[in-house]
Design a protein around this ligand. Structure first.
Ligand code: ATP
Ligand code: MG
Length: 404
């Protein structure tokens, strides 16, 4: 239809979900509607395992492509030319599809100069009597005859022009812009990420959201030992994450009351592990109040003293629900690469003061035994530090910065 842009969205793993397929597709369509809600009269429809997005032609393609390609569950998206072939004979349909393909290639040559091409065709409607190889060769023949400046190259063409025949409609498209794959947000419960200002925890949140988990965050600071800027940095990171994960509620808690008690009462070597366990205890509470079934951390095995196998066992014991550690087996360089890809890296590397660095022990225990840690922890007045810490709780919903 005139005045409209059409995009084909492929659903990747969502398409494999058997009986639940309609549910996953519906959820994905809703997510796409939401990220495009700033563009009036946009429609998202499901058809035979694909999603079709229609916007007014005044909406810039790059805005649609950027937003939709970031929606989890989207495998790829293609801006397409749609041809209405309802009520035509198959020969007429092929001729109309050929017209669209020729027009597409003429525009491409006008834009980019001489081009080699290959037509790739697909016949999703098996009732269509002309087979895919014939569709491709007949359309390819027309392009050669009718578009000066084109040449066939089946191995490494400049343009791989797709010509797909579906029921009632046919499509011409060239690009396939990759999405992140994964599963639509909201199809796998909600998790609470322990979000520091570092490189790792934003990546951990991203990876869990990528599997369909809604995300909420808790951040621990120790103001005034840590600066207001470090809290601002965490809000900034949550803002970047929310582009993928939707609005994120960030709970901030001052854990100075815990740190001071540890400094006064416990052996110094256990400081880090006791702080970690304290964070997990507070996270348990925040998680249960906000229906988060799991905790998420950015820990990676052996990365620092508090992330040895022994330390992780001791920290885990303080959790009252499963702790997801999606980075556990990843190398730092790979985590950094993902952080760059999702756009959190530049913010994460800004210098900031982590609450854990305030009372950092000179020699942290790297292989803590649970019973020793528990006896050190018994020296704390848990009721008091927890009450004091929770008095500082602030909650804020952070919204994606460029969602209209
Ligand atoms: P990150 O880059 O995520 O800060 P890291 O390599 O610095 O991780 P640690 O400081 O040992 O590692 O923290 C391990 C995990 O504990 C973090 O990934 C995060 O999930 C959680 N964590 C650490 N500090 C905080 C904090 N101040 N607030 C919330 N969570 C934290
Ligand atoms: Mg850190």
């Amino acid at each position: 239809m005139k005045g409209e842009h059409v995009y084909i969205v492929r659903c990747g793993e969502t398409a494999l979900k058997g009986q639940n397929k309609p549910y996953f597709e519906r959820t994905l369509a809703q997510r796409i509607r939401r990220v495009l809600s700033g563009f009036p009269e946009t429609k998202v429809e499901r058809s035979d395992g694909l999603l079709f997005v229609r916007t007014l032609d005044t909406v810039r393609a790059e805005d649609v492509l950027r937003r939709v390609s970031r929606v989890f569950g989207v495998d790829s998206i293609s801006p397409a030319q749609e041809v209405d072939i309802g009520g035509t004979t198959d020969e007429q349909a092929l001729s109309m599809l050929g017209d669209a393909a020729v027009a597409w290639m003429k525009a491409a040559v006008a834009d980019r100069g001489d081009l080699t091409f290959k037509v790739v065709s697909k016949r999703a409607d098996k009732q269509f009597s002309i087979q895919s190889p014939d569709i491709a060769s007949r359309i390819g023949g027309r392009i050669l005859r009718e578009c000066p400046g084109t040449r066939v190259d089946v191995h490494d063409p400049d343009v791989r022009l797709h010509a797909d025949v579906r029921r009632g409609f046919a499509y011409v498209y060239e690009q396939k812009i990759s999405g992140f794959g994964g599963l639509p947000l909201g199809t796998n419960g909600k998790g609470l990420v322990l979000l520091s200002g570092g490189i790792d925890s934003p990546v951990a949140a991203f990876l869990m959201a990528h599997r369909g988990m809604l995300i909420e965050a808790v951040h621990f600071h120790s103001y005034p030992y840590t600066s207001r800027q470090s809290q601002e940095k965490v809000r900034e990171l949550a803002g970047i994450l929310s582009v993928y994960c939707g609005p994120i509620r960030v709970h901030s808690i001052n854990i100075l009351p815990l740190m001071e008690q540890i400094a006064q009462r416990c052996p110094e070597e256990y400081t880090t592990i006791l702080v970690r366990r304290g964070m997990v205890r507070l996270a348990n509470l925040i998680a249960s109040e906000n229906d988060c079934a799991m905790l998420i951390t950015g820990e990676s095995l052996g990365q620092v003293a508090s992330q040895t196998a022994e330390s992780i066992v001791v920290v885990d014991q303080a959790a009252d629900r499963p702790v997801m550690r999606p980075l556990i087996a990843m190398d730092k360089v790979d985590i950094m690469e993902t952080a760059r890809q999702i756009g959190t890296y530049e913010t994460s590397i800004l210098p900031y003061d982590d609450c854990c660095s305030v009372f950092l022990p000179k020699r942290p225990a790297t292989k803590p035994a649970l019973e020793h840690v528990l006896s050190a922890e018994a020296l704390l007045d848990e009721e008091t530090w927890m009450r004091q810490a929770l008095e500082s709780l602030e909650t804020e919903a952070i919204r994606p910065r460029d969602e209209l």
